[in-house]
Every structure is written in C-alpha cells, then in structure tokens.
Design a protein around this ligand. Structure first.
Ligand SMILES: *Cc1c(COP(=O)(O)O)cnc(C)c1O
Length: 387
C-alpha cells in the first residue's frame, strides 16, 4: 500500500499487501483455491494476456502475502513454497550449476547442510563450510568458481551473529550471490536486502505462522536475481497451498506484537539464567556477554524468542534430565509458535565451528505464556539436576 516507509512496523504488518477495497471491503483477502483459470478467448490465452493464468503461477491470495512480504523485505519479488526447507533448497537449485563452489556457514540449520552434502554434491557442486565469525576474511575461502555464499545469522542452536555487510561487500566485488536464512529475526528485526543480501529466506513455519500448525517458506530476491528465482519456482512446481498462504498472511498481521512478547520474555529468562551458578553460558546475541553482541546491536532491531544456554560442566545425560523435568516447556522440533519448547540440540555436525560451550547446550524457544510460570518450570529443571 502507499507510503510504506512513513509508517510504524505494526501498522505496516496490519495493512501491507492487500487493500480491502479490492474485494468488496472485506478486511481479509479471499482464499482462492485454483488450478484452472479461464481465459475469455484464445487470443488472450496465446498472448498470456491476463494477470492470472494457472494456480501454480499465483493467485490473489498468494499475491496478497507476497506483496506484504516484499513491502517488509524491500524485495523485487517473493515466492511461496510449501516448507522452510524448500525455501532453502529452491534458491540453491536456481543459482548453482555443476562445477560451482558454494560456501555455507558451519552453524547452518542441519537439514540445509544435509541438502548441500547430498544433493548439491551429487550434482558436482563443491560444498565448503566457513566459521560464523569469518566477516571479511570470507575472502580467503573464495575461489574462482565460488557462486554462492550462504549465511544464517544468528547460527542454528548456538546463535553466533555473522557480519553480513562485510560478507556481502566482498561477495559483490566478485559477483557472488549472498543468500541468508533470516528465520530467527524475521524481516521485522533484520532486513537482509538492506545489508546487501541478494536472496532472503524464511521458514514462515516459525514466527509468521506462529501457532505450530503450518509449514511454509518464502524466498525474496532483489531486482537482479528475481527473474531467475521466479523462473525456477515455476519450473520446479513448488507453489504453496492457498489455505496455508492465507494463514501465513493472517499470522503476519499479529507477528509484531507476538515477537515483542517473545523478545521480552526471552530477555527476562536469558538474564535470569546468566545469574544462575549452574549455568556456564547463555547464548543470546542480545546479551553483552556474547561475542556477536556488538554486531547484533549494529544491525538488528530486536531479538526473537529462541536462544540457548549451557549447563556448567554437565554432560548430555544431565541436560536430558533437565529437559525431561519441564512441564510447560514441550519437547519438540521447530519453534516460533505460542508455546515454549526445549531441546538438547545435536551439535556434532559442526566441522570448523566446534567449540567448548562449558557444558551441554540446551535450546529454549520462549513462547507467549506468562514468563513467571516459565521460570518456575525452569526451576524444575535445575532441581532435577540435584536429584
Ligand atoms: C525450521 C527452519 C527451517 C525449515 O523450516 P521447515 O518449514 O520446518 O522446513 C529452515 N531454516 C531455519 C533456520 C529453521 O529454523
């Protein structure tokens, strides 16, 4: 809608992407379920002479969501895909070819690594991992055939912040495409394209969905890379379902206020954990004790509800005891929903970013429950360590 930059983020989340006047004044867009779209005559069909041509190529529902995301990201175009993982694999397949070299941050979301190590390698693409703190030293990893630098900031499970502008500066001197998995911050707290990223990736399964009930991904591109992205999206047949698309737009409307609550409760619990003698480290980029804190302060406008901590000198067995004692925190993958979760993440896939965290790491997703209740629950975990 009009004059996007002048408005606050929650106003934009509430109104971007769709004008109720376009559909009889109804506040929300219709859910258009479609394969076939009819043409008025054969000439129109031959000339692709109408806006919508087939269900896989976009509907008023997907346009409403994509327009809202483009407004948030500052992107030239956005595609919707059925999962967050598809939002990772689609751009990699769109821009890499046999013989290319692709760099991935070692703190990558594990299924992204698995895709790189299996399918990309099978297609004869060289895959290499770099440490998250690399910054402008990424130059040392670049080869004549480097085509893509894949970033994820903060890193999965251990939350290292990457110096994205330093990386995009070096990459663009050599015509290398930078992709970023920005699921943690969402475009509300970090805007990849403003920092030189070419392709911004989101598991909308997390905060945009917000209720642990939808799988969804979005990929947004700048002007230069949009044609290749939309071409591959159509070629792969990877469109998302209309009901899911509608639900993600619905989630976006409240995402700002939900994120604020996630952020505040996560900070409260992170600071509380920092003062616990049983805790070695709290891995949260919003805390001054974290290595990436200055970068986070420089580039991000907030922190979401996912962070980790380590139990001082405790092995995995103790961490499992801690997590099993929790009653409100659920034990499950994914995050971004209204409910709190805790897991003992497997960090054994790391190759160049192996670190000593001072004890076994536990990852928390802080949900929308009352923070006092969550603290009481975590006390159950600490009590279980003693038993
Ligand atoms: C969850 C997640 C994904 C994948 O999303 P799915 O919808 O579960 O496939 C990708 N990247 C990150 C960082 C994630 O946390």
């Amino acid at each position: 809608m009009t004059n996007k930059t002048a408005k606050g983020i929650n106003t934009r989340l509430a109104h971007d992407g769709y004008n109720p006047r376009d559909y009889h004044g109804f506040v929300n867009p219709p859910v258009v379920r479609a394969s076939t779209v009819l043409f008025p005559d054969t000439d129109t069909m031959d000339n692709n002479g109408q806006k919508y041509t087939y269900g896989t190529r976009g509907t008023p529902t997907s346009d409403a969501l994509c327009d809202a995301i483009n407004a948030l990201e500052g992107s030239a175009g956005t595609v919707c895909v059925p999962t967050g993982l598809a939002a990772v694999t689609l751009p990699l397949l769109a821009f890499l070819k046999p013989g290319d070299h692709a760099l991935f941050v070692d703190t990558i979301y594990n299924p992204t690594r698995h895709f790189a190590d299996t399918i990309l390698k099978r297609f004869n693409i060289e895959v290499e991992y770099y440490p998250p703190e690399i910054g402008s030293n990424i130059a040392q990893f670049i080869k004549p055939n480097t085509k893509v630098i894949f970033t994820e900031s903060p890193g999965s499970n251990t939350l290292e912040i990457q110096d994205i502008p330093a990386i995009t500066k070096i990459a663009h001197e050599q015509d290398i495409i930078v992709m970023m998995d920005n699921t943690w911050a969402t475009p509300v707290y970090f805007k990849p394209l403003e920092y030189g990223v070419d392709i911004s990736i989101h598991a909308a399964t997390k905060y945009p969905a917000g209720h642990a009930d939808i799988l969804f991904g979005t990929v947004s591109a700048n002007e230069r890379h949009w044609p290749q992205l939309i071409e591959t999206h159509g070629t792969m047949g990877l469109c998302a379902a209309p009901d899911d698309t509608y639900q993600i737009l619905r989630g976006l409307r409240t995402m700002g206020v939900r994120l604020k609550h996630h952020q505040e409760s996560a900070f409260t619990i992170a600071r509380w954990l920092e003062n616990k003698p049983q805790v070695a480290k709290v891995l949260h980029p919003g805390l001054a004790s974290n290595e990436g804190h200055e970068l986070w302060k420089r580039d991000f406008s907030g922190a979401s509800g996912l962070f980790s901590f380590s139990l001082k000198d405790q092995d995995a067995q103790a961490a499992k005891k801690f997590v099993d004692a929790l009653e409100i925190f659920g034990l499950g993958y994914s995050w971004g929903g209204y409910e709190s979760l805790a897991i003992v993440p497997n960090l054994s896939d790391r190759t160049v970013a192996k670190k000593d965290y001072g004890g076994t790491v536990i990852r928390l997703q802080i949900g929308l429950e009352d923070v006092e209740d969550l603290i009481v629950d975590l006390e159950r975990g600490f009590a279980a360590l003693k038993s």
